[in-house]
Design a protein around this ligand. Structure first.
Ligand SMILES: Cc1ncc(C[n+]2csc(CCOP(=O)(O)OP(=O)(O)O)c2C)c(N)n1
Length: 324
């Protein structure tokens, strides 16, 4: 059932440079988020996805207009890659009305429905049922749209994952389940939380078409996502896309990571950084890289300025938009 996906054909260098720029933007944005959180400017509890940028960019660049996603507690990259402006995302993290969830959500409740982002989820596995529901709606309305769920390896132990996979396959809906397997659920390594070694087999239980790929190579992710989306859009049923990736920082900002050897993180940073991998594959001249860095820094710094100048929500509006 599972097939190891390889690059089928190379993308044009300009397309890859565009992917690199997007991945660098996500990286520098999240580094800025870490810095501002540590400076005490951002409320709440924040998770960055440093090391996982190629998954967000590869999948989101493969989507068609009209496709939707649902994300996790580690949502900044998905949100930017799906088209939310960095200003709106940063303003949300600062709790401002100008934020993509109007200051009501914060890092784990980022929404941008106009851009097809059905939201981040603080509850592990929370996005999957919404994606199956959306995909069912697309099927019933005969719309050529696909719904995509992002989730981690830990989420494959959750009931909503199994219910969603089961119903999606039973109903043959156009959904793609993107497993971002970073080999940890919080501080728990794979071997202590997963009953099987190869999570691709999760799909076998439901008879679902599956693919397993290297998530540190954005081109591989893009091509596999394109195939998975086509399969779903063509009415052939849902796809389980198992993406092997690495979290190069802690589970949350400030996580001392006492549960994994420092050498492991050093080695992963040296060998599995998706931004560095693409930069060296492209053999980007220093001048071009520096120009890209400058462009991205300006956007990220601009987003902080925008956010800080934003409007605080009124305390009397705290119960607005609460339905139950
Ligand atoms: C239903 C539920 N159970 C537990 C938690 C606490 N929790 C937050 S993140 C997390 C780990 C999730 O691991 P994984 O799905 O692999 O995602 P990753 O953090 O690796 O991106 C847990 C257990 C939660 N938020 N929701």
């Amino acid at each position: 059932m599972a097939t190891a996906e390889k690059k089928s054909h190379a993308l044009a260098p300009d397309t890859l440079k565009d992917f690199l720029r997007e991945m660098l933007l996500i990286r520098r944005f999240e580094e800025m988020v870490e810095e501002r959180f540590r400076a005490g400017e951002l409320p709440g509890f924040l998770h960055v996805a440093i090391g996982q940028e190629a998954v967000a960019v590869g999948v989101c660049r493969a989507l068609d207009d009209g496709d939707v996603i649902a994300s996790t507690h580690r949502a900044h990259g998905h949100t930017l890659a799906k088209g939310t402006h960095p200003n709106e995302l940063m303003a949300e993290l600062y709790g401002k009305i100008e934020g993509c969830s109007h200051g009501y959500g914060g890092s784990m409740h980022l929404y941008d429905v106009e851009r097809g982002n059905l939201g981040a989820n603080a509850v592990v596995g929370g996005g999957l049922p919404a994606i199956v529901g959306s995909a069912l709606a697309f099927k019933l309305r005969s719309e050529p749209r696909v719904a995509v769920a992002f989730f981690g390896d830990g989420a494959t132990n959750i009931g909503t994952f199994h219910e969603s996979m089961n119903l999606a396959q039973l109903w043959g809906v156009p959904a793609v389940f993107v497993l971002e397997n970073n080999h940890y659920a919080e501080s728990t390594p794979a071997k202590q939380q997963l009953p099987i070694d190869d999570l691709t087999k999760r799909a076998d239980a439901y008879g679902m078409h599956a693919m397993k790929i290297d998530g540190q190579d954005v081109e591989v992710v893009y091509h596999a996502a394109k195939k998975a989306l086509k399969h779903a859009r063509d009415g052939k049923g849902p796809v389980f896309l198992h993406v092997e990736t690495y979290r190069l920082t802690g589970h949350y900002i400030g996580d001392p990571q006492v549960y994994r050897p420092k050498e492991e993180v050093r080695e992963l940073r040296r060998t599995q950084d998706p931004v560095e991998k693409l930069r060296s594959a492209l053999e980007l001249p220093d001048g071009e890289w520096e120009a890209m860095e400058r462009e991205v820094a300006e956007i990220v710094e601009g987003s902080v300025e925008f956010a800080k100048a934003g409007t605080d929500p009124k305390p009397e509006d705290a119960l607005k938009n609460i339905y139950a």
